[in-house]
Ligand binder design. Structure first.
Ligand code: ATP
Length: 337
C-alpha cells in the first residue's frame, strides 16, 4: 500500500485532483496496486481557510507519505511549491516533452527532457529594496550545480535516445554565476565520456526549441531558465494540458503539472487532466524504481498508453482540438484502463 498525499490546489486544481483521484482508485481496484490517498490543503484556499498557504499539518502528512501529488496552486505558489522543493530537497525538476501522434506538435520526432535545478537561483526569494532600487540575489553553488549535472547525465544514460546533454546558461553575461554553473557541468561531463556534451546560451536555446526541437535530448539548466524553457517545450509538443513534471530528491519526490492554476478556465470542467495524470505515470515510475516494484512500471505504462490511444482516436479535450470535457475524458480513461 502506497500512501499518496494529494494537494488539491486552486483554480483548475480541484478538477484535476478529482480526475487524478478517480484514476488512482481505478488502478487500486483493477490492478493489484494499492493506494491510500490523503487529500491536503495548500495554496490560496489554505491561506483563506487557515491563515497559512502551507499549513503544518500538510507538511507533516507529506513527510509521512510515500510520494506527493500536487495540483497547481494560485497566487501563493511561491509559498507552497518553492518552499516544499527546498524543505524536502527536491533538487531535480524533471519536465519531459515528447511528440505523440495526433497531437498539435511542431514535429513528430521531438523527445527531450528538461532537467532544471530546483533549489537555488533567483527563485529562493532573497529580494529586498535599497532605497529606490529592488534587488534579487542570484545564488548558484558548485554543490547544487554538480548535483543537477550528475542527475542530467544519469538521465541521458538511461534514455534510449540521443545520449546528449545540453547545458543551458548565459555565462557570456552572467560570468560569475552562470560561469560557475557551466564549469560545474563541464567537469561532471568528463565522467560520462559516452554522453555527448554541448553548451548553449539560453536565448539561442529558446530559438532552437522552435527551429530544431528534435536536436535536444537532455537539457540541464538553472531554475529560472528551466521554468521558462519548459513552458516553451510543452507548447512545442502540444501545450501545457499534456505537460507533466516531477520534483525529485534522494529520498522523496513530488509530482505536478508544469502549468499553473489557469484561473481563466477554472470551474468550467474543460481543463485537460492529462498533465496531472501523466504526472501520476511519472510517480509510478519513481515508486517502481524506489521499491523495485515492476507492477508500478506496468501500470504507469498502461496509463500513458491509454491516454495517448484515446488522443489518437480523437477522444481529447478542447485545448488540443477535441470536444471532451474534463469529466468525460476522465471517464474514457477509466473505461479503457
Ligand atoms: P503560472 O505563472 O502559475 O505558471 P500562468 O499564468 O503562466 O501560471 P498557466 O495556469 O500555467 O498560466 O496556464 C496558461 C494557460 O494555459 C491557461 O490560462 C490556460 O488557458 C491554459 N492551460 C493551462 N493548463 C491547462 C490545462 N490543464 N488544460 C487546458 N488548458 C490549460
Amino acid at each position: 500500500m502506497y500512501k499518496i498525499s494529494l494537494i488539491t490546489g486552486d483554480g483548475i486544481g480541484p478538477e484535476l485532483s478529482e480526475s487524478a483521484e478517480s484514476v488512482l482508485n481505478t488502478i487500486h481496484d483493477k490492478y493489484d496496486l494499492k493506494f491510500e490517498i490523503i487529500k491536503l490543503l495548500a495554496g490560496d484556499s489554505a491561506l483563506k481557510k487557515t491563515g497559512a498557504a502551507l499549513p503544518m499539518n500538510t507538511i507533516d502528512t507529506i513527510k509521512k507519505s510515500d510520494a506527493c501529488l500536487k495540483a497547481p496552486v494560485g497566487e501563493s505558489a511561491a509559498d507552497v511549491i518553492v518552499v516544499l522543493r527546498r524543505m524536502l530537497d527536491l533538487y531535480a525538476n524533471v519536465r519531459p516533452a515528447k511528440s505523440y501522434p495526433h497531437m498539435p506538435a511542431l514535429r513528430d520526432d521531438i523527445d527531450m527532457v528538461i532537467v532544471r535545478e530546483n533549489t537555488e537561483d533567483l527563485y529562493t526569494g532573497k529580494e529586498f529594496t535599497v532605497g529606490n532600487a529592488a534587488v534579487a540575489l542570484r545564488i548558484i553553488t558548485e554543490y547544487a550545480s554538480k548535483r543537477i549535472a550528475k542527475y542530467a547525465f544519469e538521465s541521458a544514460k538511461q534514455r534510449n535516445s540521443k545520449k546528449k546533454v545540453t547545458c543551458v546558461h548565459k555565462s557570456n553575461v552572467m560570468r560569475i554565476t552562470d560561469g560557475l554553473f557551466a564549469k560545474a557541468c563541464t567537469e561532471v561531463s568528463k565522467s560520462y565520456p559516452d554522453i555527448l556534451f554541448e553548451q548553449m546560451y539560453v536565448d539561442a536555446c529558446a530559438m532552437n526549441l522552435i527551429r530544431q526541437p528534435e536536436q535536444f535530448d537532455v537539457i540541464v539548466t538553472t531554475n529560472l531558465f528551466g521554468d521558462i524553457l519548459s513552458d516553451e517545450s510543452s507548447q512545442v509538443v502540444g501545450g501545457l494540458g499534456m505537460a507533466p513534471a516531477a520534483n525529485i530528491g534522494d529520498n522523496f519526490a513530488l509530482f505536478e503539472p508544469v502549468h499553473g492554476a489557469a484561473f481563466d478556465i477554472a470551474g468550467k470542467n474543460i481543463a485537460n487532466p492529462s498533465s496531472f495524470l501523466l504526472s501520476i505515470k511519472m510517480m509510478l515510475d519513481w515508486l517502481g524504481v524506489k521499491h523495485s516494484d515492476t507492477k508500478c512500471f506496468e501500470v504507469g505504462q498502461k496509463l500513458e498508453t491509454t491516454i495517448f490511444d484515446l488522443v489518437k482516436t480523437g477522444v481529447k479535450t478542447k485545448d488540443i482540438g477535441g470536444d471532451k470535457n474534463t469529466t468525460d475524458f476522465t471517464h474514457e480513461i477509466i473505461k479503457n484502463l
